[in-house]
Design a protein. Structure first.
Length: 325
């Protein structure tokens, strides 16, 4: 039986070779003086069909070919915030097996309920480059923010999928990442309370003076429809900042060519706070950021629709940011 560490068929290897050549050209190399941080909503990252090129109807749609493409992208970064990890960990286990002992992960338990969708939040990280520095938490809304005092009211106002924060250390540089996957809801306005609350919670945390919070970044899938809409205004209401080069990156594989990425499916973000004078509230120096379009390099010998590829890899592109440390 094929495994993730088996030699891929020639057609798969050809795709992986061209994929990695493009990654070489688009993603900065890992060097001693940088940290490369990414976020990726990997669609229903859970179960896996352990075959390279299955034929006919099969389930799950994600196969070894798709997972190897995912892994080859993940390994370009030092730490990746992953959304839509599911209760089934088969694909994650194969990912870690392929990456080897120099990689690790931390994750939440599944979030039960319709809104939670049995999802987890996770960080996958390269231990040869960074390590945990001791802090992990889930965001809990202070009771005073609800304006109500009954226990039932307080519980009902927590996040559908609780944001997850973890601190890391690279050399002498400590940084904390908070990842979230905002509930899409039935309407756009359903997302505003969660976006407002996480922005407020982050601001209150960021102004503390302990060393854990000197480099503080928010990243994940915030289900913002477009830049400057009411969702974006809620997200940035307490001073969160997204650099210009990350604002001009397509987030979804379903955005047609030529469309302005700021105006459609502006879901995924990497953000931090700026002072009123415009100075980044980070000790790490931001260098540049971007995304990565994997569509031209996957399943090139198969006539698959974009929707089909979304189930095998993802409907989101990864988003990354490079910092000096």
């Amino acid at each position: 039986m094929a495994t993730i560490t088996s030699l891929p068929p020639q057609s798969v290897q050809q795709d992986l070779t061209t994929l990695n050549l493009s990654l070489d050209n688009h993603i900065p190399a890992k060097i001693n003086s940088n940290i490369i941080i990414a976020t990726w909503n990997i669609r229903k990252f859970g179960n896996l069909t352990r075959k390279w090129s299955p034929s006919g109807k099969y389930s799950p749609k994600r196969d070894l070919r798709g997972l190897r493409s995912i892994i080859d992208i993940l390994k370009r970064f030092d730490v990746i915030a992953v959304q839509e990890l599911t209760g089934n960990l088969r694909a994650l286990r194969d990912t870690m097996k392929y990456l080897g002992d120099s990689w690790s992960f931390v994750m939440t338990d599944i979030t039960a309920g319709d809104a939670g969708n049995n999802e987890r939040l996770a960080f996958i990280f390269d231990k040869s480059r960074i390590n945990l520095s001791g802090l992990a938490c889930e965001v809990v809304i202070p009771p005073e923010w609800t304006g109500e005092t009954s226990s039932q009211s307080i519980i009902s106002r927590q996040f559908a999928r609780t944001p997850y924060g973890v601190s890391f250390k690279a050399g002498d540089t400590t940084f904390i990442l908070l990842t979230a996957h905002i509930d899409y809801g039935k309407t756009a306005s359903d997302r505003i309370p969660e976006l407002h609350t996480i922005a407020k919670w982050l601001y209150n945390w960021s102004i503390r003076t302990t060393r854990f919070h000197q480099n503080f970044l928010l990243l994940g899938d915030f289900n913002i429809d477009r830049k400057d809409d009411e969702l974006w205004q809620a997200f940035t209401s307490t001073g969160l900042y997204v650099p210009d080069d990350l604002q001009n990156v397509k987030r979804s594989i379903f955005i047609k060519g030529g469309k302005n990425p700021k105006l459609e499916k502006f879901y995924d973000q990497i953000a931090w706070f700026k002072s009123k004078s415009g100075k980044n509230k980070l000790k790490m120096k931001y260098k540049k950021g971007g995304g990565f379009d994997f569509l031209p390099f996957v399943y090139t010998d198969q006539n698959l629709s974009t929707a089909s590829i979304s189930h095998r890899i993802s409907d989101h592109y990864p988003l990354w940011a490079e910092f000096e440390r």
